[in-house]
Design a protein around this ligand. Structure first.
Ligand SMILES: Nc1ncnc2c1ncn2[C@@H]1O[C@H](COP(=O)(O)OP(=O)(O)OP(=O)(O)O)[C@@H](O)[C@H]1O
Ligand SMILES: [Mg+2]
Length: 351
């Protein structure tokens, strides 16, 4: 009988190279962890936590820090923390329903209006009597579609005494720039900026993963993967993917350890990770826009793209609605919009 499951000689634990893995430690984020934890702390004494806005470039530990602090804080204080990625919860109703259902209350999928869900939420909070902490990660996806949720969450304070803390995360430091000043001042956000990792910091982070994940690596493996991650914009996920692929190659070649040569061979297959993640999440219309730009070698004006688009679909969107999708693609950095010199029409570029 052939058996396909055999003990790996390379991977001690392959899972630690997955971007979803939340490590026990987050080296070089001690200050941000402390700052966020300090902001939540008042909640454990029944006081209002400090609302916080975390921002910084992709793959530098923002989500990891929030989840890490939430896990520790919930354990320490018994206070409910709710984490949401706004790609998955991008309307006020979806966000509020998620909070209600995390309180263990029934939420009707369809048919409930926002006000009904808010009533349920008030009921849940009154019953629990405890503070509530909510993290809205990639909050741009929500603000871009439906800002009402901010009003709703702030309004809760008028009805219940529970301290409520809000944590927002985004790549874009200016995401709140156009918000009404009244809302901004009620939010009174404290900002925590995440700076990109230096090469040495990247090395430390990847070294730690390697120790958990591989049995044996040649000297230089971590250095090479780290340099590649820094070259590709500083996203730790790039480094992790290099290591994972190098490990798999080492396994395939029945090597006794992961070697520098393995990393060298996989490097060119590992590009920036964030655009790939985003391309999975965007709508079909947005995918079509990227396809159109990919197929044309030159840059296109908005009108040219719209023409190609409307010839290719059965019932095209209006130009105005189509523009929203183009703008959204720009806001998540998948395309660039600029102006040609001497020509007022906007041109659009794939990044
Ligand atoms: N200091 C660190 N120590 C260990 N692992 C880290 C550290 N910083 C980031 N990572 C790991 O890198 C990966 C990406 O981190 P994370 O998801 O937190 O990025 P992010 O800043 O939220 O990026 P994005 O803006 O794209 O959402 C995760 O697997 C995370 O565990
Ligand atoms: Mg994140």
């Amino acid at each position: 009988m052939v058996t396909f499951i055999s003990q790996s000689k390379i991977f001690k634990n392959e899972e630690v190279f997955s971007p979803e893995h939340l490590p026990e430690m987050l080296p070089h984020r001690e200050n941000q962890i402390k700052q966020l934890a300090d902001n939540l702390l008042p909640a454990s004494k029944g006081r209002k936590p400090q609302n916080t806005f975390i921002f910084g470039s992709p793959g530098i530990g923002k989500t990891a820090v929030a989840k890490f602090v939430f896990r520790e804080f919930e354990e320490y204080s018994g206070i409910k923390t709710i984490y949401m990625n706004c790609w998955d919860f991008n309307t006020s109703l979806a966000v509020l329903s998620k909070i209600v259902s995390d309180f263990g209350m029934f939420v009707q999928r369809r048919g409930w209006a926002r006000d009904e869900v808010i009533l349920r939420l008030i009921e849940a909070l009154e019953k629990s009597k405890k503070a509530l902490i909510v993290c809205l990660d990639e909050v741009d996806q929500l603000i871009y579609k439906d800002q009402k949720v901010l009003y709703d969450l702030l309004r809760l304070n008028q009805y219940v005494k529970n301290p409520i803390g809000l944590i927002f995360i985004s790549n874009n430091p200016h995401i709140f720039a156009n918000l009404e000043p009244r809302i901004m001042s009620s939010l009174s956000l404290e900002e925590i900026e995440f700076e990109p990792y230096t090469l040495q910091e990247m090395r430390d982070i990847l070294q730690e993963r390697v120790e958990y994940g591989f049995y044996s690596v040649e000297e230089g493996v971590v250095a090479l993967a780290s340099a590649h991650a820094i070259n590709k914009g500083g996203d730790v996920r790039v480094g992790l993917e290099c290591l994972l692929k190098a490990g798999r190659l080492a396994e395939k070649e029945t090597s006794d350890k992961v070697k520098v040569l393995h990393v060298k061979k996989v490097l060119k297959t590992v590009d920036e990770v964030k655009p790939r993640i985003l391309k999975e999440k965007i709508t079909d219309v947005e995918k079509l826009i990227l396809d159109i730009l990919n197929n044309e070698k030159k840059t296109l004006t908005f009108d040219e793209i719209y023409d190609i688009y409307s010839k290719n679909v059965e019932s095209p969107l209006t130009k105005r609605m189509f523009r929203e999708y183009v703008n959204h693609l720009e806001s998540i950095n998948l395309i660039k919009i600029g102006k040609r010199k001497f020509n007022r029409s906007r041109f659009i570029l794939k990044v």
